[in-house]
Design a protein around this ligand. Structure first.
Ligand SMILES: Cc1ncc(COP(=O)(O)O)c(C=O)c1O
Length: 343
């Protein structure tokens, strides 16, 4: 990315919040035990238990692909099938890591990238007991979804009920769980309702590099630390991951960062929703929005702003805009003005 461009491409492109850097510096003296046997990790685990229940196991890792791969490997048998919606990060952006690590088939159960429902899953239940087929075992969704939608509590409950009825595990990729939580006005725990395992994303929400797997289903807890190690995601200098988890909960920084990002996206949406010649895919719930626009308009905007585009026809593109904890009101207003002037 040319850093003279204004970032609407990714919350991964944003800087680290200063509170996180301060917290990192407070743990940055002297020697402590490695691999998580330190006081900061102990404190971070306590904080996660306070948020998610005393039974929950919290394991921090470096990145989202690692979190997803570990979670699936904890739940999978070698002959399992993981059921995901189209557009799932697991299948589209992880270079096959989950499939390679678990040996599972990953089946895409919707035609469009949208929220998964029990009806999408039902036909796959016919595979159960058929020796020639991989066996459906895990449902994996993202909260927010990769198209910026938030599953409501009722939608999560319906998926949980389905999983109970059909003996499936539910995994929630929470790379943007904080944005979904703010969108729903819920707790972090409820935004991941029903998940046997979910990830609590930090990296996209102003943190340096941390995702924490929360293992709620205690039948899965015993193997989890070993699988994290096998999949090369056990940090020797764990105190630096744990310091970020502590910063997340101090003054609810996770909420403030996500609330700002979501607010900036609402501002952008309100500013462009009625512009003729473009079409917003859907009202954004969190910090991500997709907009269909003429290719020439996208090309023009890309001279000033950085965002991802996907070709949808010979002369039109779908632009993905993402806001972050550090998105400035003036930059959103600049984008709105430029888009209005050029549409
Ligand atoms: C839904 C989702 N899950 C996970 C990830 C994290 O992946 P990683 O940190 O490995 O790049 C991303 C990042 O883009 C994502 O959008």
């Amino acid at each position: 990315m040319d850093n003279t461009l204004i970032n609407f491409a990714s919350d991964n492109s944003s800087a680290v919040h200063p509170v996180v850097l301060e917290r990192l510096s407070t743990v940055n003296s002297g020697a402590v035990s490695s691999y998580g046997n330190d006081i900061y990790t102990e404190e971070a685990i306590k904080r996660c238990k306070l948020e998610f229940g005393t039974g929950a196991l919290a394991l921090s890792v470096f990145n989202g692909t690692g979190a997803n791969t570990i979670a699936l490997d904890i739940m999978a048998d070698k002959y399992s099938m993981v059921l995901v919606p189209a557009g799932s990060h697991l299948i589209s952006d992880e270079c096959g890591a989950p499939a390679r690590a678990t040996g599972c088939d990953i089946a895409i159960v919707t035609e469009e990238p949208r929220k998964l429902t029990p009806n999408d899953l039902l036909p796959f239940m016919q595979l159960k007991g058929n020796i020639h087929k991989s066996q459906p075992k895990i449902v994996a969704i993202a909260q927010l979804t990769e198209r910026g939608e938030a599953y409501s509590l009722d939608e999560l409950k319906a998926l949980r009920d389905f999983c109970d009825e059909h003996h499936l595990f539910l995994y929630i990729d929470g790379a943007r769980l904080a944005n979904a939580t703010v969108a729903l006005g819920s707790t972090l725990s409820d935004a991941a309702f029903g998940a046997d395992i979910f990830s609590l994303g930090g990296t996209k929400n102003g943190f340096m590099a941390v995702e924490t797997l929360i293992i709620r289903n205690l039948r899965l807890a015993g193997v989890a630390p070993y699988i994290r190690k096998q999949l090369a995601q056990l940090a020797s200098k764990m105190r630096y991951l744990s310091a970020q988890v502590l910063a997340m909960f101090e003054g609810e920084l996770w909420r403030a960062n996500a609330a700002h990002a979501n607010k900036m996206m609402q501002l952008l949406y309100e500013g462009i929703k009625d512009v003729s010649g473009i079409a917003v895919e859907r009202v954004p719930s969190g910090n991500m929005m997709f907009v269909n626009m003429p290719e020439k308009l996208a090309e023009h905007l890309l001279k000033t702003f950085y965002f991802y585009v996907e070709k949808i026809s010979a002369d039109s593109d779908c632009a993905r805009f993402v806001t972050s904890w550090d998105t400035k009101v003036a930059d959103v207003e600049h984008l709105i003005a430029e888009l209005k002037a050029s549409a």
